[in-house]
Ligand binder design. Structure first.
Ligand code: HEC
Length: 149
């Protein structure tokens, strides 16, 4: 029996194949779009999370640090941490370690739970992010270690 072309079946198969091809095209086009937007999403999430860390850092600062270092880090019994010189010299790591371990033999006690202090490492990180937020318009205080009388 010779092969018979069923026009109707042929047409409907072609239609389905066209739809499939169109869907594949859309799918292929969406991936680059996704790759285009994803870095922005990540960047925005980063900014939002840093802002909320800085917020909780500010609260922690008010309760734990402001009495010695000033409400805005301008110094007091303790050094002026809003100083451009301090902020440029100290790495994030150094600041967090200093807060965690404290300065033995001084009024700067250890704040990390690991050193019998009251704060988690996340809270110490929040404090560091808050302290870092001063850097953008930090005043010149070369003798920041002296604190404020
Ligand atoms: C009772 C007073 C007091 C309190 C409260 C206090 N500090 Fe201090 N802090 C000091 C003094 C004094 C020093 C200087 C220690 C030294 O080097 O002799 C210091 C030093 C520091 C330094 C190191 C600066 C350097 O020498 O590089 C950092 C950072 C710091 N404090 C952050 C904090 C943070 C954050 C808090 C709150 C969690 C805090 N301090 C609470 C008194 C205090």
């Amino acid at each position: 029996m010779p092969y018979e072309v069923d026009e109707e079946l042929e047409a409907s198969t072609n239609r389905v194949m066209m739809i499939g091809a169109a869907l594949m095209f859309v799918l292929a086009a969406v991936f680059p779009l996704y790759r285009w937007f994803e870095p922005t999403n990540r960047e925005e999430a980063r900014e939002t999370n840093l802002a909320s860390l800085a917020d909780s850092g500010q609260t922690l600062w008010g309760f734990n640090c402001a009495s010695c270092h000033g409400l805005n880090g301008e110094g007091g019994v303790g050094p002026a941490l809003n100083s451009k010189q301090f902020l440029q010299a100290a790495s994030d790591n150094q600041i967090e370690t200093l807060i965690a371990v404290g300065v033995p033999g001084s009024q700067m006690s250890a704040y990390s739970l690991d050193y019998a202090g009251p704060l988690t490492s996340e809270q110490i990180k929040a404090l560091r992010v808050f302290i870092r937020s001063w850097e953008e318009d930090a005043p010149d205080v070369p003798d920041w270690r002296a604190g404020q009388p």
